[in-house]
Design a binder for this molecule. Structure first.
Ligand SMILES: Cc1cc2nc3c(=O)[nH]c(=O)nc-3n(C[C@H](O)[C@H](O)[C@H](O)COP(=O)(O)OP(=O)(O)OC[C@H]3O[C@@H](n4cnc5c(N)ncnc54)[C@H](O)[C@@H]3O)c2cc1C
Length: 398
């Protein structure tokens, strides 16, 4: 058991993949005594249940740039992170399918992403069929394809970052809850844990689903809605072979290969709100049937596939489905990195780099976090939808 230090230069609350990334980048930048505190174990929250797609483009410049930079980190992990850890990155490719209604937006967003340097190609339905012969494409008008994208292992990624942070001098404390962020006037002075206080001038809240609970007593109201997402496993029949990760915007589903001949499949949007501490972690029988029908509609050979159960994970959904990221200016020394609303894994290795610069130097070169301030919800200045097929919006150039 690691002793809880009495003082630190920076305390990070939460050992999901975002807290892990920050710990690594602070330690790499020799930012002083870094302490990460996790109430359970590393990646025990939504991170551990992530589908962990690593892909490169959005309808919004900010996310295209952070996703692309992070994807490059996954591809060159040994060189840029180092240590013994391995995020388990599998470069299986990433296909996005659009129907006639959204094809113009997919084209627009993919071409903009290309201008920003993201490796993305546009494919006709016939080219999709040539790439994945098992796919039905009669309802597809256009597709995008990222040959260098894929997926990673979320738990291995968080642990690789945390272990590297520890190698570089950070203190990682597990099974210890932060009960309060301590303040004096308009400054942060540390945290209160179950048994001991830690004095620190900087606290970063990476508490995911639970982040709002630490902020509410400080008068910072951010709504985090725990939303249950169900993922189903299917065994592919012989002859199907390998397939890339697929976001099917016609059926509004997504899937990727899992170990062996398994495919993991889910629906992109759910609205079942649950208690983050007590929810059904399994998959509903009806949901397996629905997913089986959807996957067989896209890949008819899957009528011969086997349903292999599934699990549920939670999204920490904010009102606009985008994160709260950057300083909480009401309290000097208080920062946020939470509320990624189901799309935070892919950006995580790079977001720690940006946010650690903001904490240490007041700003990050080439990145403005202002659109992600917590007060946008109070001000009604929301960040617009930014999925691949979102229609153009002036804020997408942020
Ligand atoms: C089913 C599913 C599929 C997903 N698929 C993808 C995908 O394909 N691609 C993608 O980019 N993203 C995906 N996501 C989203 C992604 O996994 C999350 O955005 C990301 O993992 C969030 O990481 P985090 O570190 O912010 O939060 P979390 O993983 O929630 O970590 C927060 C941690 O803080 C700890 N904590 C909270 N409060 C305290 C406290 N008071 N004291 C101490 N510790 C505390 C918690 O125990 C937890 O471990 C998916 C999510 C789910 C659930």
């Amino acid at each position: 058991m690691v002793d809880v230090p009495k003082t630190a230069d920076i305390v990070i609350v939460g050992g999901g993949v975002h807290g892990a990334s920050l710990a690594f980048h602070f330690a790499r930048k020799k930012a002083g005594r870094i302490v990460l505190i996790e109430k359970k174990f590393i990646a025990s929250g939504p991170t551990g249940r992530s589908t962990a797609l690593v892909r490169r483009f959005y309808a919004m410049d900010f996310f295209t740039r952070t996703a692309s930079a992070a994807a490059e980190m996954f591809r060159h992990w040994k060189d840029v992170v180092g240590g013994d850890g391995d995020p388990g990155f599998q470069q299986v490719g990433m296909l996005v399918l659009a129907g006639p209604d959204t094809a113009p937006y997919l084209r627009h967003n993919a071409l903009r992403a290309r201008e920003l340097g993201a490796g993305v190609a546009l494919l006709s339905p016939a080219e999709v069929k040539a790439l994945v012969p098992a796919a039905r494409v009669d309802d597809v008008a256009l597709a995008s394809y990222e040959a260098e994208s894929g997926y990673a292992d979320p738990s291995s990624t968080a642990n690789a970052l945390v272990n590297r942070a520890r190698d570089l001098g950070a203190t990682i404390i597990q099974y210890r809850r932060v009960d309060a962020i301590r303040i004096a006037g308009s400054r942060v002075i540390g945290v209160r844990t179950e048994s001991e206080d830690i004095d620190a001038p900087v606290v970063v809240n990476c508490g995911g689903l639970w982040a709002d609970r630490l902020l509410r007593p400080l008068g910072i109201e951010v709504s985090i809605t725990p939303t249950r997402h169900q993922m189903c496993f299917f065994r592919r029949p012989g002859g199907f072979g390998a397939h890339p990760a697929v976001a099917d915007m016609v059926q509004v589903t997504y899937m990727r290969p899992e170990h062996g001949d398994l495919t993991i499949h889910g629906v992109l949007s759910y609205d079942e709100v649950v208690d983050a501490d007590h929810y059904n972690e399994g998959v509903d029988p009806d949901e397996i049937v629905r997913n089986a029908e959807l996957i067989a509609r896209r890949f008819p050979v899957m009528e011969h596939g086997l349903a292999m159960g599934g699990y549920s994970g939670l999204y920490d959904a904010t009102p606009d489905h985008h994160p709260v990221l950057g300083p909480i200016p009401e309290y000097a020394g208080l920062y946020a990195d939470f509320g990624w609303s189901g799309h935070g894994f892919k950006h995580s290795p790079f977001i720690g780099d940006i946010l650690s610069d903001v904490v240490l130097h007041g700003k990050a070169k080439d990145y403005d976090l202002t659109p992600f301030r917590w007060s946008r919800f109070r001000e009604g200045d929301l960040v617009p939808p930014a999925r691949w097929t979102a229609p153009p919006h002036p804020k997408h150039r942020l």
